[in-house]
Design a protein. Structure first.
Length: 422
């Protein structure tokens, strides 16, 4: 146990009683004696301190349990802390602040339990029990293949996690379950976790911004939620899909860098609607965006670079979509190809690009996109699509001159005009 002291004021500091400070005459002896006694034994006169020093306790859990009812601050010093069971946070209005990556919590548990568990004391018996306003910052958490989540928060409103590094856990990096009101995960790193980097279930008004995700199973999974703002994150090298959104609506996914996911860069499934996907870079993924069950959504101003299998797929359970102003391109940089193919590489070096596949869908607007250097059609429709508007697109230099820009099969009620063809 690291038992370093904190410089957070002296325990012997005290305020003079009202009317004593600055007094020029004598003071009653009982008042002076009261002040002297408070200096000797502050706990005899004051409520528990809202600033908790972990160095005052033998175990970290004891320090967390010492937080008074009104909340407070628990500060963790630099050092390595090995955990055999979860640290449980159950107080409200609490800031737990480490000293950055030098505050290293290692989860030695091998029975699937998390490193940090944040929830109401009565949550196990009362699923409706909640706590409010928890902030975690300045921590590094690592686990092992048999440990659980790095951080598991259940029923926590207004949870705020920032400047936290969560890596190599057997479960998810960070899991937010029923954190209904205003959860925020900002400026953190979730890497090499056996599950999802950030797993979200039954939450709303979410902000997930400026985080880095690398080589988790998935980067972000958001299920049974709404009003997700997922912006400005960097996702790289995930072992399955990058972003998975299910049964979520009214959300924006923008300004993210998504690279080298083994599956799809992004999946929308199970009753998604009212989602804007815009201004993302989807680079060197085998697949781009899979709209399995998505309605009333926009996919605009995204860059799909060297996505060889399928940049966008719209399935039969999706419709009423707008696909506008996107760029679908290979690695052409003017006169030569920057990335030469190498299928044997760990991440196959590829230069091919692909377009949009529509399968049994309806009411799709595809306008103002650039399709350059493709190995597939710009738009291919099959399985009886209906009501397609495909206008004002630019189809440039396909890798195979025999490729048709548009193959609409048996689609009905199609407006196909004013597209620029080679």
């Amino acid at each position: 146990m690291n038992r370093r002291e904190f410089i957070i004021g002296s325990p012997f500091q005290f305020a003079l009683p009202l009317g004593l400070a600055g007094q020029t005459g004598g003071a009653p002896s009982e008042v002076i004696e009261s002040a002297r006694q408070e200096a000797i034994d502050p706990s005899a006169q004051k409520p528990p301190s809202s600033i908790v020093r972990t160095s005052d306790y033998e175990k970290l859990q004891q320090a967390l349990d010492a937080v008074p009812a009104q909340g407070g601050l628990v500060e963790l010093p630099p050092g390595t802390f090995e955990l055999e069971k979860p640290l449980v946070i159950s107080s409200e209005n609490l800031l737990v602040r480490g000293s950055g990556p030098s505050t290293h919590l290692i989860n030695r548990n091998r029975s699937g339990r998390p490193a940090i568990l944040v929830r109401h004391r009565e949550r196990a018996d009362n699923p409706r029990a909640r706590i409010w306003r928890i902030e975690l910052t300045g921590l590094r958490l690592t686990g092992n293949p048999e440990s659980g989540d790095g951080i598991l928060a259940e029923g926590v409103n207004e949870i705020y996690i920032h400047r936290v590094s969560v890596e190599r856990n057997g479960g998810h990096g960070i899991s937010l379950v029923d954190c209904y009101e205003n959860p925020r995960v900002i400026g953190s790193s979730m890497t090499y976790n056996g599950g999802t980097g950030l797993n979200i279930v039954r939450s709303h008004d979410l902000v997930v911004s400026t985080n880095q995700f690398e080589e988790n199973l998935h980067a972000v999974r958001c299920v049974d939620s709404f009003n997700l703002t997922l912006t400005g994150n960097n996702l790289d090298d995930h072992l399955s899909d990058g972003i998975v959104i299910e049964n979520t609506y009214g959300s924006v996914i923008s300004g993210n860098m998504i690279e080298e996911c083994a599956g799809w860069a992004m999946v929308l499934d199970r009753d998604c609607y009212g989602i804007t996907i815009g201004s993302n870079v989807i680079a060197h993924n085998l697949f781009g965006i899979d709209l399995r069950d998505a309605w009333g959504s926009s996919i605009s101003a995204n860059t799909f670079t060297i996505v060889p299998r399928q940049a966008i797929r719209v399935g039969p359970e999706s419709g009423r979509l707008t696909i506008t102003g996107n760029n679908f391109s290979n690695s052409y940089i003017g006169g030569k190809t920057k990335r030469e193919p190498d299928p044997a590489a760990q991440w196959p070096r590829i230069s091919q690009a692909s377009g949009v596949l529509l399968q049994g869908t309806s009411d799709i607007t595809i306008v103002g996109n650039t399709f350059a250097g493709l190995v597939t059609e710009a738009v291919k429709a099959e399985a009886g699509c209906r009501r397609l508007l495909i206008t004002g697109n630019n189809f440039v230099a396909p890798e195979n001159a025999a490729i048709s820009p548009f193959d609409l099969g048996d689609a009905q009620e199609v407006l196909l005009e004013n597209n620029q063809l080679p």
